[in-house]
Design a protein around this ligand. Structure first.
Ligand code: ZN
Length: 88
């Protein structure tokens, strides 16, 4: 069974993997070039893993696959850039 969710569902998982809540981070889609907050992505969750797709073109932005023993495969094949702001 596949569940369709919005990108906000990634908040906890991305914070766990990256060290910050990246849902407000601006990401650029490698397929259509649109950029926007990761929270705007469409997320499909299954027992096998999670796929985040571009809300504009439906291209795959990122995948998260959970393995045994705490292993995680986090792919961002559809993101050409993340916009980050450092504290001054
Ligand atoms: Zn796109």
């Amino acid at each position: 069974m596949m569940t369709r969710l919005d990108g906000n569902v990634l908040a906890g998982r991305l914070a766990d993997l990256l060290g910050w809540d990246a849902t407000a981070t601006d990401a650029r889609c490698s397929q259509c070039g649109i950029h926007g907050a990761i929270a705007r992505a469409i997320v499909y969750a299954t027992a096998m893993g999670t796929v985040a797709r571009c809300a504009q073109c439906d291209g795959v932005l990122a995948t998260i696959v959970e393995g045994d023993g705490g292993r995680v495969w986090f792919g961002m094949t559809g993101v050409t850039a993340l916009e980050l702001t450092r504290e001054p």
